[in-house]
Design a protein around this ligand. Sequence first.
Ligand code: GDD
Ligand code: MN
Length: 370
Amino acid sequence: MPNVTPKNPIPELTIVVPTFNERDNIRPLVDLLERALPKITWEVVFVDDDSPDGTAREVRALAREKMNVRLIQRIGRRGLAGACIEGILSSVAPLVAVMDADLQHDETKLAEMFALMQDDPELDLVIGSRNVAGGSAGTGLSALRKTGSDLATALARRVLKITASDPMSGFFMVRRGSFNAVVLGLQQQGFKILADMLSASKGQWKVAEVPYTFRKRQHGQSKMDSAVTLEFLSLLAVRMTGGLVSIRFILFMLVGLSGLVVHLAFLRLFLTFVPTEFIVAQTGAVVIAMTSNFFLNNMLTYKDRALSGWRFFRGLFSFYGVCSVGAVANIGVASAIYAVLPYWAFAGFCGALVGALWNFVASALVTWKA
Ligand code: GDD
Ligand code: MN
């Protein structure tokens, strides 16, 4: 029999905790939550992306002891923002908090956040902030990451016109109704769901901030890497287009641009060092650029479903195929436009654009199909 019998089985608060390789943090976190929230009926939902360390197994074991512990286990998918969105959508409570599993966020602030929400029904969101009086990044971030985080915050506030002091926070409480109103506009890919949510709310939300000190991670490792930074910059670009394109699209185009540089660099190299004809050098450069694009897209653009093992090579060859058709489309469109409007740059640009769009759509359907 479960040994926890809540006063009212319907939770007033759902705490969503995204996890990837956080096995050793699960029990300590739930212990801390129990100590921090004795007066309200809450549940915790761990959204695990099938962590190899067995986090899901650990959560399931705990959920057999406590009925306010739940698990969403996602297979074949990765991504912090998407995990948070699914966790929030799985809740029936009127209020939902999101926090890290690694004990870096101060769970004792949840009661205060909850009280603020209860006292003011107009309030849509409470942010756990490191940047208001009484809060701090503490020892939770290295000097380099602190600088990066400050830069990102300044940029987000400017580009996304956000007034909150800590839009990069991964610690917040939102009214589920307000969240549901913006969820369709949110990006699944990426690390910074709060910044995205604030931007999607178009300044219409009433927001409060509660200071907290970011703690040092206890067990396991941070999943923040340079890909996360690129994803964040892409998120800004997505928002600047009014949500017209996706993070994936921006990353794919950036990789495409890098391919152009690779192409020209290798072409130059071949022409200088290998005694061969132009067409051979050009072909070599094309193959190398396509390979490099495949590699980077697999690592960045499709990091959430990166191909490995034999699938990597199958993907590579399908990508060559996709890009070859893209090149034909590119040349066809450019020539057709040039025939009517003989501006080489314009015709060339249109051809490249059509080729790139084809590559994006076709590789999503063939090479990295979900
Ligand atoms: N399900 C899932 N899928 N969870 C993930 C993934 C993923 O792909 N990547 C990370 N997580 C989980 C981690 O297990 C952890 O519980 C939480 O998301 C945050 O990841 P960390 O790797 O600990 O990030 P961080 O500490 O470097 O940065 C965090 O804190 C910052 C300051 O509040 C994040 O919350 C940032 O968004 C935040 O800015
Ligand atoms: Mn963390």
